[in-house]
Design a protein around this ligand. Structure first.
Ligand code: ADP
Ligand code: MG
Length: 256
């Protein structure tokens, strides 16, 4: 069964067709990649799926239910969360505070979203435990009381990943989770995502790092100038001349 399905989705900004009649389906329990050159519309598609932008036309369903037009926090409640290309941790809050109180949409904390209220004390211990377990998973426990601004860029990326998991999502959209991080952490991220998928999570990834995307993805969708130009398993996509041309502007080169 598909977890996420987008059908003929369009989004225009002034004279620019940022998303041009894009359709794709992400199967439950799979890891899919969304790739394409800079400006090809990847982040805009995330903004449309997660309710940050409204579609001009087209339909988006999650677990078979239409979510088009819902607000970001309503979509989070349904079990679909995202991370941001530019990391949005709170620099003057500790790692632990980021886990517990980070707004997942305008002004609402994880706790408020989960419980539909702003009374945060009741289940605090439970959420604390959950946060510590997640921090342990990405090897950040020792930094739990550190201000987020003192974390390395790579550690901030890890924090963003596990913070998204605080809402117990069924599906996670990651926007460039390894942009600017070193190879050791890229490999760790691959491992984290494999482990999370084995626990039943579904992923959609935007990433330029080819090793990352090719290693992880069951299926890849390729965008160019807002339109989907290819779709398939990693080897199919890698050898597709249209994809090679979109990326490199030349034919007969292999993406590596
Ligand atoms: P990608 O994530 O693939 O690099 P984006 O989805 O961020 O690309 O952007 C696709 C195109 O849409 C770009 O030309 C970008 O400048 C434009 N765009 C994105 N968001 C907006 C916006 N809020 N207003 C105007 N143009 C936008
Ligand atoms: Mg982007």
């Amino acid at each position: 069964m598909n977890m996420l399905k987008i059908t003929e989705v369009n989004k225009r900004f002034g004279g620019l067709q940022a998303v041009d009649s894009v359709s794709f389906e992400v199967e439950r329990g799979s890891i899919c990649g969304l790739i394409g050159p800079n400006g090809s519309g990847k982040t805009t598609i995330y903004n449309l799926i997660t309710g940050f932008y409204r579609v001009d036309s087209g339909e988006i369903t999650f677990k078979g239910e239409p979510i088009t037009g819902l607000k970001p926090h309503e979509i989070v409640k349904k079990g679909l969360v995202r991370t941001f290309q530019v990391t949005r941790v709170f620099p003057r809050m500790s790692v632990m505070e980021n886990m517990l109180l980070a707004p997942v949409s305008s002004g609402e904390s994880v706790l408020a979203v989960l419980r539909g209220s702003r009374r945060v004390n009741e289940d605090e211990r439970l959420y604390n435990e959950k946060a510590l377990k997640l921090l342990d998973f990405v090897e950040l426990t020792h930094l739990r009381n550190e201000l987020a601004c003192n974390l390395s860029y790579g550690d901030q990326k890890r924090l963003e990943l596990v913070r998204a998991l605080m809402t117990d999502p069924e599906m996670v959209l990651l926007d460039e989770p390894t942009a600017g991080v070193n190879l050791t952490l890229v490999n760790k991220m691959i491992d984290y995502i494999h482990q999370l998928r084995d626990k039943g999570l579904t992923f959609l990834l935007i990433e330029h790092h080819m090793k990352f995307i090719m290693n992880l993805s069951d299926r890849i969708f390729v965008l160019d100038h807002g339109a989907k130009i290819a779709e398939g398993k990693p080897p199919e996509v890698q050898s597709n001349p249209k994809v090679i041309e979109a990326y490199l502007g030349v034919k007969h080169k292999v993406i590596s």
